[in-house]
Each structure stands twice: as C-alpha cells, then as structure tokens.
Design a protein around this ligand. Structure first.
Ligand code: AMP
Ligand code: GLY
Length: 458
C-alpha cells in the first residue's frame, strides 16, 4: 500500500486530501474510522459507527471474529504506537476511537498530537494527564477533593506512611475498602469485613501484591447504596450524557462469587430519574469538566462515572476514561442518532452542534462466558448457533477469533447478546431466548440480569 505523506481534512467541504510518496494528490469524500481494541465494547462501538452514512470504512485493531464481519481487522499490537501510526496513514483514517484505557494511560493521544503526520487526525480519548483519572486512584481522589466532587472519604498510603494508614483504618467502620493506585486489570480493589484482615492486606498490597500498581494504596470509606454506570461524552467544554446502565459484576446469580469484567447490563436504570441525573450533572459532570479545563487537560472523549446512589445522592466510586464493557453493548443500541457524527463533532470541539437522540426502549445484555472464568478457562472452543439468533438482537463478540472457517472462543468473556423491549421483562425474555441459541463447550452466564430492577418503581 502506498505511503501517505501528507494528509489534510477539510471539514467545510467534507473532503480529505492525501499526497502519496509520488506526490500524487488524492481527494476523497472518505471518512475512515479506526477503533482500537478487541472486546465486546469495541465490537459494539464499531457496529454503531458502521451504521453512519458519513463513514466509508470501519477498521478495528486488532478486533475479533465479530468485528471482522462488520469492518476490517488490522492485526497490530495497539501498545505499539508506531504500528498504530502506520495503520492510520496506510488506511487513510480520519477518526480514531480508543476503546481500552491502557493506550490512553500510556499517552496515545499525546503521541498523535506531537506527531506531524498525525496531529490533524481526530482521536477520541483524553491525553496522558487526563487518563490519570483512571490510571491513578490517588490522582482521581485528589482531583475530586480539589473540585468538590462527592466521593468517599479517603487516605493515600505508601510504604513510608504505613503506620498512618493503619491508624486511619482504625477510624473507619467496617467494611474496609483498599484500592491499588494503578491499573490492576479490575482486580485492585479489596473490600474486607475485619479490621485485622484490612491491616494485613494493606501491608501485602504495599509489598507488591498487585506489583507496582499497589505501591500506593487508597483507603476509602465504604459507601452503602446501589451502583450505576453513567457515561459522558465531552469535547472539553460541551458534553452530552449517554444512556446510563447497570452492570452485573459478580460471576454468580444473586451477586455471588468472584468479580468479573461484567456479566450483563441493563439500560436505562429505573432509579436514574431526571432528578438524579440533574444532581449528577450539577455536582459531578460540570465540576469535572471545569476541573479538567482548570488543570489544562485536553479531554475529548468519554468519561465513565462509576457511581453509588446513596439514598438519592450520587457519589463517584471511580472515573474511567473509556466506555464500560459490557455496558457499551447495551448503550450503543439505545443511541438513535449518528454516533460517528457525535464522535466527529466531539473531536472537533463542536459537540454542541451534534444531533443526539436516545431510544426510550430498554436494553438487556447477557454475557456468555467460558467455563471457569474469571479463573482459569479453556480457549479455542468452537462457537455454534450464531445464525439462529434473531436479527432483532445485537451480538457483540468479546473474546472470539476466526480459526479457518470456525469462530472459536479466545477469552473469558466470549459473546454479549443484547435485546430491546418496552420494559426490562420483555428485553430479558428476548435476550435470554437468543443467548440460548449460541453454544460452546463450557458456556456459562448469569440468569438474573435485570431481575433486581424489574420491580423497582422510582
Ligand atoms: P472500582 O474499581 O473503584 O470501581 O471498585 C470496584 C468495585 O468495588 C466497585 O464497583 C464497587 O462495587 C466496590 N467499591 C469500590 N469503592 C467502594 C466504596 N468506597 N464503597 C463501596 N463499594 C466500593
Ligand atoms: N463494566 C465495568 C467496566 O467496564 O469497567
């Protein structure tokens, strides 16, 4: 493929111009989007983006067997920013959407901004400093404290002030919350009922239980309430609130067993009333965006608010700088407007000009996982029955790959099935009926996604 050496986008004329190494100009009304990542979230994002009339081609790097069916997979390691750059230039990418947090925490947005050939390419995600909202719990807590954003009381400990940390634990009531400061693949949060256990875990964490991620530990007050995930798309000034979702994190029915990446989701969430959203917007979203501006953070991307609803008042449990998984699988199906346009406007700082509409229907997402997950599980199991799933459902591949003509499992979370209905009951019915069509050895899933919300009346 020819190497593109110059690249200009004229948003007025809706054209992109390229100049190749031979000096040839190519002008095209072409909008190619690259989604970075390989999970259900990225499949859902790519699926939604591919529906846009304004998008010519969708590329996914590295993608999975599902994304290969709706776009073009590019087999690169996205931790290798030079490889991402080559893919962007070779495929004339106009907009890059960063799915997972790691490349953001590693500074992929800064890499684009500081590269002459990439600086005009639009990219969705915060810069490296902004990504610290997820990359460092201590940074996030300081940020919230500074900007008056409601969150649990906390104390940050390192090996140097271990005794202060132990003393702080004494001032709290059980249960005790200990969080590794850095990214720990969703495993860095411990909740302990006994003070003695909390103290010994604190010592273990500081001695490297989660490697360098727990060289610093945040001790937090336990918040009682019900959790909800809310998602904001911001261009650093304007924002829109995407549909919220409730995630089901534990492996077992009735919220039992080990924590997972997420076993299912429901959107909308009945207790997220307009009054609650108003509180989130005024107490959390606006001060967050003001804070980012004040800290000179370049933030054009998603803010995922992990919230605790404590008696009607929202508290931030965590910030993530990406969309949630499996929440995205259900959230994307509820966005009725052109999502590629939303992202495009966001990247240009013109989110206020974008058209945004949400479906009033309810989505229920059921995640099919490998037997044994979240502990050891087998890979390479052949997946069958996908063709029997009703076209009314959206099937997002989370951990799959192509093996010749077969689609096989390649991860713990394998496939997310999302269905819509006029209420949770109807959506659940459809989602479970269709989830049963898909088979692979060891298939496991939760049977109670949305059950707890069915009788909820705000
Ligand atoms: P995090 O990685 O910060 O989202 O924490 C993982 C999970 O631990 C959350 O989804 C909550 O269920 C729980 N959690 C974290 N912090 C708190 C807290 N301060 N109070 C109660 N539960 C918490
Ligand atoms: N589903 C929770 C997360 O994506 O972190």
């Amino acid at each position: 493929m020819e190497r593109i050496v110059m690249y200009t986008v004229d948003n007025q004329k809706d054209t992109i111009s390229f100049k190749d190494v031979q000096g040839q100009h190519i002008t095209a009304v072409e909008r190619n989007v690259l989604v970075l990542g390989s999970g259900g979230r990225e499949h859902a994002l790519a699926w939604k983006i591919a529906q846009s009339d304004r998008v010519s081609r969708v590329y996914i790097a590295p993608g999975n067997a599902g994304t290969a069916a709706i776009g073009t997979n590019i087999a690169i390691n996205i931790a290798d920013f030079q490889a991402v750059k080559d893919a962007v230039l070779q495929n004339r990418i106009d907009l890059v959407v960063v799915g997972p947090e790691q490349p953001l925490v590693d500074g992929i947005v800064d890499f684009f901004k500081n590269d002459n050939e990439l600086k005009n390419i639009k990219i969705i995600g915060p810069d490296k400093k902004g990504a610290q909202l997820e990359g460092s719990k201590a940074f996030a807590k300081q940020f919230m404290e500074k900007y008056g954003i409601p969150t649990a009381k906390c104390f940050t400990v390192t090996a140097e002030n271990l005794n202060d940390g132990l003393n702080y634990l004494e001032t709290l009531e059980a249960p005790y919350v200990l969080k590794a400061d850095g990214l720990a693949a969703g495993k860095g949060v411990l909740i302990l009922n006994e003070l003695d256990d909390a103290k010994s875990e604190l010592k273990e964490m500081l001695s490297g239980k989660f490697g360098s991620a727990s060289a610093k530990v945040v001790i937090e007050q336990f918040l009682k309430g019900i959790e909800v995930s809310m998602f904001v798309l911001t261009d650093g000034t304007n924002h829109i609130i995407l549909p919220e979702a409730k995630d089901y994190k534990r492996i077992g029915d009735g919220d039992t067993g080990l924590n997972t990446g997420g076993m299912g989701a429901v959107s909308p969430v009945p207790f997220v009333t307009s009054d609650f959203v108003g509180k989130v917007e005024n107490r959390i979203i606006k001060p967050t965006i003001e804070g980012l501006k004040n800290e000179k953070i370049d933030y054009k991307g998603f803010i995922f608010l992990g919230l605790m609803n404590c008696g009607g008042d929202p508290y931030v449990i965590e910030y993530n700088v990406r969309m949630g998984d499996p929440e995205t699988e259900g959230v994307m199906t509820r966005i009725d407007s052109d999502f590629a346009e939303l992202l495009d406007k966001c990247a240009q700082g013109k989110l206020n000009e974008a058209h945004y509409q949400v479906s009033p229907e309810t989505s229920v997402t059921v995640m099919l996982v490998s037997g044994g997950y979240p502990e050891a599980y087998k890979k390479g199991m052949k997946i069958t029955g996908l063709e029997n799933v009703c076209p009314c459902c959206v099937v997002a591949h989370a951990g799959t790959k192509l093996d010749g003509n077969d689609i096989v499992t390649s991860g713990g979370r394998v496939i997310a099935v999302t269905a819509h209905g006029k209420n949770i009951e109807e959506a659940r019915e459809k989602a479970y009926h269709n989830a049963k069509m898909i088979a692979f050895e060891g298939k496991n899933y939760r049977h109670d996604i949305g059950l707890d919300l069915m009788n909820y009346h705000a």
